[in-house]
Ligand binder design. Structure first.
Ligand code: PMP
Ligand code: GLN
Length: 385
């Protein structure tokens, strides 16, 4: 085995979901909803499975889906994209892997913001890249001029930028995006933007794609996922969108990584992307209500809850909740002794981890959340200093 992968632990999401199953715990760890997906999109997939071909679709994706993605971003985000710029992939994860393999050469520096989605660093390392880490600091997790000043070097080839951000639940604002875009242009860096959460943001916030900032369209690979747009995380239909030369590079890797993605699911996603604003508004309203319910329940139980601007997640500051136990120990005991699973944030750091914050998924039915709150209340009583 490649020594890098021999050393890697099982992903924290798989680890915690495994423990949740073993202990029959309420699983507020791994990010997946237990409600909220559109039945018509699932029905469309069922029809496509019985009524359409199940043979290889075109390598870059079914034309109807590529057109639907381009049309969706024009309507929702004001981007001008030709369908030729869209490469359909097996989830955002494949789009990220293909982009990193295509766009970095051994020794290139790749800027990553901590805490980071778990797949980024192993994929960068396996592609021969050298991760350069910039740390977002709680409780604000902001990008500021000082952070950007130290983040880039002459060897930086690419930055991976996730917005809205998992796990901090930040939606970076126009000022923060401008700082990053300006540095990308100045240092001639490619931005690989992981925007899988682009529709899951709350309290009237609007998603700003980094590609829409001056000088960015030609240097950005924008990654999206139907899994988050339609709350169907297991479907693994994603895409990369980029200027023609970058898109061609990504396609060259994609053709030898997975080649194609289930055609029937592509048809259903193409259909779903035609939904009007009402769908997105209703989806956001349901998840915002779930967020508020979990936050209120946790606060009543004595927890210090950090703001959640987007994603399915909210974070809790254990130290500020009167709990001295570190995040890993807290999560291991909570799932085994109290039957509730959470994600320790320190698992999403490569170095200098924050160890007093845990992440909880609120995209759950009220009864799931209520049971989770009761069990977390028990965990706090058990582990309070
Ligand atoms: N990036 C981020 C930031 C995510 O949170 C996730 C999944 N939750 C992914 C990528 C993976 O998306 P997919 O399941 O489409 O591969
Ligand atoms: N993205 C999901 C999360 O953050 C997990 C995906 C996975 O398990 N790889 O919880």
């Amino acid at each position: 085995m490649h020594p890098l992968f021999a050393q890697l632990p099982v992903s924290i999401f798989e680890h915690m979901s495994g423990l949740a199953r073993a202990h029959e715990a309420v699983n507020l760890g791994q990010g997946f909803p237990d409600f909220g997906w559109p039945d018509d999109v699932v029905r469309r997939a069922a029809e496509a499975l019985t009524g359409e071909a199940s043979q290889y679709p075109p390598m870059r994706g079914k034309p109807e889906l590529r057109e639907a993605v381009a049309g969706h971003y024009a309507a929702q985000q004001g981007l001008t994209i030709e369908s030729e710029q869209v490469i359909v992939t097996s989830g955002a994860t494949e789009a990220l892997a293909a982009s990193l393999m295509a766009l970095i050469a051994p020794g290139d520096e790749v800027l990553l913001f901590q805490p980071l989605y778990d797949a980024y660093r192993p994929l960068v390392l396996r592609a021969g890249g050298v991760p350069r880490l910039a740390g977002l600091k709680p409780p604000g997790w902001r990008i500021d001029a000082g952070l950007i000043a130290g983040a880039f070097s002459d060897r930086t080839q690419l930055v991976v930028f996730n917005n809205p951000h998992n796990p901090t639940a930040r939606v970076f604002d126009a000022e923060e995006l401008a700082l990053l875009a300006e540095a990308c242009v100045r240092h001639d860096v490619i931005a690989l933007t992981d925007e899988v959460w682009e529709h899951v943001l709350f309290d009237g916030r609007k998603h700003i794609p980094l590609a829409s900032l001056p000088g960015m369209a030609e240097r950005t690979v924008k990654v999206g996922s139907a899994g988050k747009i339609f709350s169907l995380t297991g479907w693994k239909v994603g895409w990369a969108v980029a200027a023609p030369a970058l898109a061609a590079a990504v396609a060259n890797v994609h053709q030898f990584l997975t080649f194609t993605t289930a055609p029937n699911l592509q048809s259903a996603v193409a259909y779903g992307l035609g939904k009007s604003d009402e769908y997105y508004e209703a989806m956001r309203a349901r998840f915002a209500e779930a967020r508020d319910h979990l936050a209120a329940g946790l606060e009543a139980a004595g927890y210090a809850v950090l703001p959640a601007e987007g994603t399915y997640f909210l974070n809790v500051d254990l130290a500020a909740s009167g709990i001295a136990t570190g995040d890993v120990d807290f999560c291991e005991r909570a799932v085994r002794e109290c039957g509730v699973a959470a994600i320790p944030l320190s698992a999403l750091y490569a170095e200098a981890p924050v160890t007093n914050v845990i992440r909880l998924c609120f995209a759950k039915k009220r009864e799931t959340l209520d049971e989770g709150i009761a069990r977390l209340a028990k965990a706090r009583a058990l582990m309070r200093a």
